[in-house]
Write a protein that binds this ligand. Structure first.
Ligand SMILES: Nc1nc2c(ncn2[C@@H]2O[C@H](COP(=O)(O)OP(=O)(O)OP(=O)(O)O)[C@@H](O)[C@H]2O)c(=O)[nH]1
Ligand SMILES: [Mg+2]
Length: 336
C-alpha cells in the first residue's frame, strides 16, 4: 500500500484512488508546479502513485496542425467510453503562442466528449521549456493511471521535437495525417514517421476520399521499407473520417491488437522499463543544465564561453568541458 509522509499528500492520494476528479485536478496541478515548496510534495505524491500505475493503455497521438487530431480524439474517445472504458486526455503543448490548438480550446470543441462522465480532459500547461512540459505531462499521465483510468491519450502537435518526447512516454505512437497538406509525405520528418506504429489517414470522406486513399498507399509503401521498432509489430496504416465518425472502431481494434501483440511478447513491459530509464537521464540532464545555468559563480564564464563559441574561436567541446569543470570546482568549494 503506497504511503506518503505528508498528511496532506496522503489524504490527496486516498481521494485520488477513489477517482475523485477534484483530487485528480489538484494532484496534476501539484506535479505541474515549479514552485520550490511544491516540488518535494510532488515527488512524494509521485513515489506513492508509482505502484498504482501500469494498468492503463498509453496512447500517443500526433500529427501536423489541422490533420484532425482533436476531432479524431473526440470520436475515438466516445467510442472508447462507449465500450465502458474510462479515458483521460492530456496534451504536450510546447507552444503557448500556437493559436486554437491547445486542449483548453479543445475542451470546448470536444463538446460531446467533455460531456461523457467516463472522460477527463485536462487543459495543458503552456510553458516555454519543451522538456519541462513533456516531463510534467508524463507525470500527469501516471497520476491519471493511479486514479484508475483505463486509457490515456496524450496529444501533441507535430511541429517540433515534442513527438520524440511523446513517443518516449506511450505504448503506441500514432500519427494522424490528412490529404491536401500540399506535397505528400508532407513536412513530416522521417525520424517522426519512424516512431509511428500506427498511421491514421483522416478525412477519408467526400472529395478527400481519393486523395486519402492515395496518401495511405504512399505511407504503406514507405513504412514497409522501415525496420520495425519491435519484432512484435509492423506499422499499420488505416483510413478514417473522424468528422463522420467512420473507421473509428476499426482504429481502436488496431490499437487493442497492438497492445495484445506487445504484451504477449513481453515487449510492453520492456518498453516501459526502458522508457523509465530514459526519463531518469532526461531529467538528470535537464536538472544539471538548469543548475549550471542558474549558478551565480559560473554565469559570467558561461556568457563569455557562449560568445567565444558563437564567434568560432573556441570549440563547443572545450567550452562545455571548461564550464562543467568550473561548476564542479564551485560545488566542491561549497561542500568544503
Ligand atoms: N472532411 C473532414 N474534415 C475533418 C475531419 N476531421 C477533422 N476535420 C476538419 O479539419 C479541421 C481541423 O480539425 P482539428 O480536429 O481541429 O485538427 P487538429 O489536428 O486537432 O488541429 P490543431 O490542434 O490545430 O493542430 C477542422 O475544420 C475539422 O472540422 C474529417 O474526418 N473529415
Ligand atoms: Mg487540436
Amino acid at each position: 500500500m503506497p504511503t506518503a509522509t505528508d498528511p496532506d499528500i496522503s489524504a490527496l492520494l486516498d481521494r485520488l484512488r477513489t477517482g475523485d476528479r477534484r483530487a485528480l485536478a489538484r494532484a496534476i496541478t501539484l506535479v505541474e508546479s515549479s514552485k520550490l515548496d511544491d516540488v518535494a510534495r510532488a515527488h512524494q505524491l509521485l513515489d506513492a502513485v508509482l505502484p498504482l500505475t501500469g494498468r492503463a493503455r498509453r496512447i500517443g497521438i500526433s500529427g501536423p496542425p489541422g490533420a484532425g487530431k482533436s476531432t479524431f480524439i473526440e470520436a475515438l474517445g466516445l467510442h472508447v467510453t462507449g465500450l465502458g472504458l474510462s479515458l483521460a486526455v492530456l496534451a504536450i503543448d510546447p507552444s503557448s503562442t500556437r493559436s486554437g490548438g491547445s486542449i483548453l480550446g479543445d475542451k470546448t470543441r470536444m463538446a460531446d466528449l467533455a460531456q461523457a462522465p467516463a472522460a477527463y480532459i485536462r487543459p495543458s500547461p503552456s510553458r516555454g521549456a519543451l522538456g519541462g512540459v513533456a516531463e510534467r505531462t508524463r507525470e500527469a499521465m501516471l497520476v491519471c493511471e493511479a486514479a484508475g483510468f483505463d486509457v490515456v491519450f496524450v496529444e501533441t502537435v507535430g511541429v517540433g521535437q515534442s513527438e520524440t518526447a511523446l513517443a518516449a512516454m506511450v505504448d503506441l505512437f500514432t500519427l494522424i495525417l490528412s490529404p491536401g497538406g500540399g506535397d505528400e509525405l508532407q513536412g513530416i520528418k522521417r525520424g517522426i514517421v519512424e516512431l509511428a506504429e500506427l498511421v491514421i489517414v483522416n478525412k477519408a470522406d467526400g472529395d478527400l476520399l481519393g486523395p486519402a486513399q492515395h496518401l495511405a498507399a504512399e505511407y504503406m509503401s514507405a513504412l514497409s521499407l522501415l525496420r520495425p521498432l519491435s519484432p512484435a509489430w509492423r506499422a499499420e496504416v488505416a483510413l478514417c473520417s473522424a468528422l463522420r465518425r467512420e473507421g473509428i472502431p476499426e482504429a481502436w481494434a488496431i490499437m487493442e491488437r497492438h497492445r495484445a501483440a506487445l504484451a504477449a511478447t513481453g515487449e510492453l513491459e520492456r518498453r516501459r522499463r526502458a522508457q523509465s530509464k530514459g526519463w531518469l537521464w532526461r531529467q538528470v540532464t535537464e536538472a544539471v543544465q538548469a543548475a549550471i545555468q542558474t549558478d551565480d559563480a559560473t554565469q559570467a564564464l558561461a556568457a563569455s564561453l557562449e560568445r567565444e563559441v558563437e564567434a568560432g574561436t573556441l570549440s563547443t567541446a572545450a567550452a562545455a568541458h571548461r564550464l562543467i569543470e568550473a561548476f564542479r570546482a564551485g560545488s566542491s568549494r561549497a561542500r568544503a
